[in-house]
Design a protein around this ligand. Structure first.
Ligand code: HXC
Length: 519
């Protein structure tokens, strides 16, 4: 007797069963283990990121074609990675979320293909791409196919670079070559449950004899404070997701759009607090973030890489509702000097803002590039050049506020007029000079000081003479290198006006394949 044909209801029920099975990932036990480690599952992460009900999954029933090591019999829901699109605060985004409960989130050919398809779709539709990494790395059973898959992800990372924002949330293990996709993305947010390294403690011990724990080697704090690999640290998945949402809010959807304008804080009144932040004593430090917070909308500043190269502060904020990237020397750390790490950090940030049409506001209080054998031999020349390159290459509105010191090469590097700044404001405390007064006097007046009856007194006098001449903003204003010397209390209004004026700025560069950025 022929089988009774399946009704539509039967087929729909079967579909729902199959969907439920695959959505359960690696099963209850493994989900419990994930939760017991304080981690959300791949699907819970996507739910927490996207607007409710906005997720459209792609590839729930995807399978791999591997037959070796029993892979043909393995049940691998969604190939260990949940992919699709949805919206974050109403704006479309493509996502991938590695499912550690399915064979440790390991990435084989088909798994990686799913990721690449979402990246390609993000590129085609001009929407950001975000991935949650939580994986044991290349799926060992698939051998070279896994590696090839990773290669395709890297290739796609580079294709998307500068076209749509790419964010990686490192929410679990991320080891071996797998670390290079995050490194090729724009932003890495690492949770305190996650570790990243090319080779783990065991291999390091074998090769170099060094002993270190996984956490000390590649934990969130190590990559925030020592290596500079991550841009943000989050206690857990929820916090990482909140950071990602905030970060995305400053960005346009792609490089052809401008960032959204938000009606945040139209108050432009005079702010007397800005008069009291810079200490009267010339050499005393202060925290430049106190100035930033008084200038930006609602004092709301999302600092990037807060623990790395603290002598330079970078991050996102809004001024009169417009997204801005802020770059500021911080005299609180190493007197705000530019060293190798600060140059790397600043330059990458500037070029990220430029790629995504985010105007840059630069606050300057910099005594110079850092002297020293370690810096010279570490390549401060080529690293420092990155700052010059990034600002000179930028075509977004550049607004510079010179707060205090601005000496020599570092003056040029911090968005000077000659490197393309559209508006340069200076506070009355600004000292724009080829070098500090002490050093300058020692060189220029060496003979007079040596020949004086009282060399120490002569030295003091000459330093003062040099300072009176150059350690003010007036000489620079006379040369047109400063557009306006402003009362600090009106800084916010001045920047807001300049942003408004420059909103439609268009600047072209000579046609070329790409420039050769110093590395
Ligand atoms: C296949 C893997 C896997 C992998 C984990 N699993 N990693 N399966 N390929 N790479 C499986 C485990 O067998 C296990 O299956 C499940 O995932 C969970 O793993 P556990 O070890 O039980 O979890 P845990 O104790 O939390 O340890 C997590 C871990 C560990 C530290 C990530 O799994 C681990 O060390 N994995 C291997 C890491 C690695 O060497 N990867 C390859 C690196 S080479 P069951 O069935 O028991 O649940 C590489 C090159 C990439 O990545 C190059 C790209 C260019």
């Amino acid at each position: 007797m022929a089988n009774k044909p399946l009704t539509m209801e039967d087929r729909v029920e079967k579909l729902h069963d199959a969907q439920a099975h695959n959505k359960a990932g690696g099963g209850e036990k493994r989900i419990e283990k994930q939760h017991s480690q304080g981690k959300l599952t791949a699907r819970e992460r996507i739910d927490a990121l996207l607007d409710p009900g906005s997720f459209n999954e792609v590839g729930l029933f995807r399978k791999n074609r591997t037959t070796t090591f029993g892979m043909d019999k393995a049940d691998m829901p969604a190939e260990g990675v949940v992919t699709g699109s949805g919206t974050v605060r109403g704006r479309p985004i493509h996502v991938a979320s590695q499912d550690f409960t399915v064979m440790g989130g390991s990435a084989g050919e088909s798994h990686n293909k799913k990721v690449v398809e979402m990246m390609e779709s993000a590129l085609a539709t001009g929407t950001p791409f975000l991935i949650f990494n939580d994986s044991g790395g290349a799926r060992i059973q698939e051998g070279i196919d896994s590696l090839s898959g990773y290669g395709q992800v890297f290739y796609a990372n580079v294709k998307l670079s500068g076209v749509v924002p790419q964010i990686c949330i490192i929410a679990g293990p991320c080891a071996g070559g797998a670390v290079y996709s995050p490194a090729l993305a724009d932003y890495v947010i690492q949770t305190r449950k996650a570790q990243m390294f090319i080779t783990g403690p065991a291999v390091i011990k074998q090769v170099t004899g060094e002993e270190i724990t996984g956490e000390a080697l590649g934990g969130a704090d190590a990559h925030q404070n020592i290596s500079g690999v991550n841009h943000f640290v989050a206690d857990d998945d929820e916090q990482a997701i909140a950071i990602a949402k905030k970060l995305l809010s400053f960005f346009p959807q792609n490089n052809r759009e401008d960032p959204p304008i938000v009606d945040t804080d139209p108050d432009m009144s005079y702010n007397p607090k800005l008069l009291d932040i810079i200490p009267t004593e010339d050499k005393k430090g202060y925290d430049v973030r106190d100035i930033i917070k008084e200038v930006v909308d609602l004092g709301d500043f999302l600092e990037v890489q807060a623990g790395y190269a603290k002598n330079i502060v970078v991050g996102y904020a809004r001024i009169n509702g417009r997204s801005v990237g802020i770059v500021a020397n911080n005299p609180m750390a190493m007197a705000g000097v530019l060293d190798i790490n600060a140059s790397d950090k600043g330059a990458k940030f500037v070029s990220t803002c430029d790629a995504f049409n985010i105007p840059i506001v630069t606050f300057v209080d910099v005594p110079g590039y850092l002297p020293g054998v370690a810096q010279e031999h570490g390549g401060i020349i080529r690293h420092g050049a990155k700052m010059l390159y990034a600002y000179s290459e930028a075509t977004v509105p550049l607004i510079t506020v010179v707060l205090r010191k601005s000496y020599g090469g570092s003056y040029l590097a911090m968005a000077s007029k000659d490197l393309g700044a559209d508006r340069v404001f200076a506070w009355p405390t600004a000292e724009i000079a080829v070098m500090g007064a002490e050093g300058a006097a020692a060189v220029v007046f060496k003979k007079e000081i040596a020949a004086a009856d009282d060399p120490e007194k002569a030295r003091e006098e000459k330093i003062q003479e040099y300072r009176d001449t150059f350690a003010t903003p007036f000489m620079s204003a006379a040369r047109g290198l400063v557009d306006e010397i402003i009362d600090p209390g009106e800084t916010r209004a001045k920047i807001a006006n300049a942003l408004e004026l420059l909103a439609n700025k268009r600047k072209t560069r000579p046609e070329k394949k790409h420039g050769l950025e110093p590395v």
